[in-house]
Design a protein around this ligand. Sequence first.
Ligand SMILES: *Cc1c(COP(=O)(O)O)cnc(C)c1O
Length: 222
Amino acid sequence: MIADNIAVLKKTIARTARDFGQAEEICLIAVSKQQDEAKIAEALIAGQRVFGENRVQEAEERWTSRRDAYSDLELHLIGPLQTNKVRDAVALFDVIETIDREKLADTVRAEYDRQNKTPVCFIQVNTGAEDQKAGVSLAGLPALLEHCRAIGLRIEGLMSIPPVDEPAGLHFALLKKIAAEHGLAKLSMGMSGDFEKAIALGATHVRLGTAVFGARNLKVAQ
Ligand SMILES: *Cc1c(COP(=O)(O)O)cnc(C)c1O
């Protein structure tokens, strides 16, 4: 069942990219937070290797033991990161999508040196200027990017989560525009409910949870 979901989603992703002239290959991040172990095992058997998690500790419980068995695993942190969790996050994740302030950038950079890992980072942008949401403000982005460049933390792209009560397309288009202005190639945007629109507007990464696995089980690792 998970294998079927993934196969159908991959076809839809490829077709949407073609229809909208987005030639590039689009990365399906299977968001495994709060999903049952059996479903994750199914996804792995189906060949899925890119997974997203929003909490460091939950991700450790789920993935640390699997890293050895799947050397080609690619884990993305897509939730807010506290500086006291950076050491664990750097040890586990291949991509940190949620850099959103200078202190966090500094801490991640130092930890990459300490653990001798190559940074792959995105900056999360709070395009809807929502108080409760993580992400740097639109106004704060240029300075944060400059800071990251100055300290040698390579930023490959931007990530955002549009406000639920606004048309997502406006936010996707805005994120694409500011990424282009700053010469950033990668865009993590689009979730189960709006990934086709995100692809039409230039997403290179889509983060799909319920579309891959079904409804989340709130009792898992919470
Ligand atoms: C949970 C989550 C997703 C997946 O959401 P679905 O609607 O289940 O696809 C995507 N992005 C982030 C940042 C998330 O926290």
